[in-house]
Design a protein around this ligand. Structure first.
Ligand SMILES: C[S@@+](CC[C@H](N)C(=O)[O-])C[C@H]1O[C@@H](n2cnc3c(N)ncnc32)[C@H](O)[C@@H]1O
Length: 320
């Protein structure tokens, strides 16, 4: 039995916003990943039946719908994700017949033996219980079927950026800026409701918050990669901007709460991503596991765009 009741709210939130994939849109790595997937899957003699592990909002379904190997003969696709996903409607696919299984852990899902001839995953397999998932793939994949995964690696630019942002979130947490702002809005709300013209304590608190914000901005300036912290603080400070003075403090309190929840979800996602990134030892261990489950042509290679490492590609073929 697996972690069926796992809280997936951090991913539910991301997919619920309609995000196409886990990386921010506009990130150049996305174009490179798309190019990779257009040719990544070896052609088959039969129409492909593809399983996508941890599919999110179906980015790989969209990519492979445009790939040559699907355009030749069409194909079926099943995407599984433990979160509440919001994939595109099946009518938006030209060649692929997609099925999406939302709120399902790959370790708990049931498929027939030999059901698929291709198993793919982009930044997904490494989040799952690896040995269980490999054993299941070995059962679900037909002889001569292919596995192609792109996974987070410990040394990739994505993992290093996650580490930096996690550090900045820690600084933000330690600064207690958000609770301080929240208290300020509570105070202002009390003033607003009681219609007091002056409140010295509220004014004092407002000054303290402004001072804290200036300190944080100064710290952010010294940080190696501070865009995230500056942007987050900009957003927090905008709640205090004079143009927003007409907005009732209770609404600003609500907005602050939403912002803080979003940051917590982002922190959880980044922690998961950071923790599941594959190390050299993980890769060595996995090579052994795949061969124990009768896979051949097992190959791990670094996926690089210009000089930037995007992750690690795993390929394997199930023996007849
Ligand atoms: C980084 S996202 C990748 C999503 C998608 N492949 C993409 O590239 O946009 C990781 C996804 O793994 C899913 N996930 C984590 N553990 C899982 C499991 N055991 N079974 C199925 N999905 C899982 C999460 O819900 C999340 O949507």
């Amino acid at each position: 039995m697996h972690d069926l009741d796992r809280d997936t709210s951090e991913w539910d939130q991301l997919w619920g916003f309609g995000r196409e994939n886990a990386l921010r849109s506009g990130v150049e790595a996305n174009d490179h990943l798309k190019k990779f997937w257009l040719t990544a899957v070896p052609s088959q003699n039969v129409a492909p039946n593809v399983l996508d592990i941890a599919c999110g909002n179906g980015v790989l379904a969209r990519y492979i719908d445009q790939s040559e190997f699907i355009q030749k003969s069409g194909g079926e696709y099943t995407g599984v994700d433990s979160a509440q996903i919001k994939p595109p409607d099946s009518s938006s696919f030209k060649f692929l017949k997609p099925t999406f299984c939302s709120n399902r852990n790959i370790e708990d899902v049931q498929f027939n033996s030999d059901q698929f001839n291709v198993v793919i995953s982009q930044f997904g397999f490494e989040y799952c219980e690896k040995e269980t998932t490999i054993a299941l793939i070995a059962r679900w994949l037909r002889a001569d079927g292919h596995v192609v995964f792109v996974a987070h690696s410990e040394t990739s630019a994505i993992t290093l950026e996650s580490k930096q942002i996690l550090e900045q979130l820690r600084i933000l947490e330690e600064s207690a800026l958000i609770p301080l702002l929240y208290r300020l809005f509570e105070r202002l709300e009390a003033m607003y409701l009681s219609n007091e013209a002056q409140d010295e304590r509220a004014e004092l608190l407002r000054q303290r918050v402004n001072a804290t914000c200036s300190n944080l901005e100064e710290i952010a300036g010294y940080m190696h990669e501070s865009r995230f912290l500056i942007a987050t603080m900009g957003l927090l400070l905008s709640l205090l901007a004079p143009e927003r003075a007409h907005i009732p403090p209770s609404v600003r309190k609500d907005n602050l709460f939403k912002l803080s929840t979003n940051l917590q979800h982002q922190q959880t996602r980044l922690k998961q991503q950071f923790e599941c990134a594959l190390s050299e030892e993980d890769i060595a261990f996995m090579k052994t596991m795949w061969s124990e489950y009768k896979f051949a042509d097992i190959c791990f290679e670094t996926l690089v765009r210009d000089d930037e490492e995007l992750g690690v590609v795993l390929r394997a073929r199930k023996l007849a």
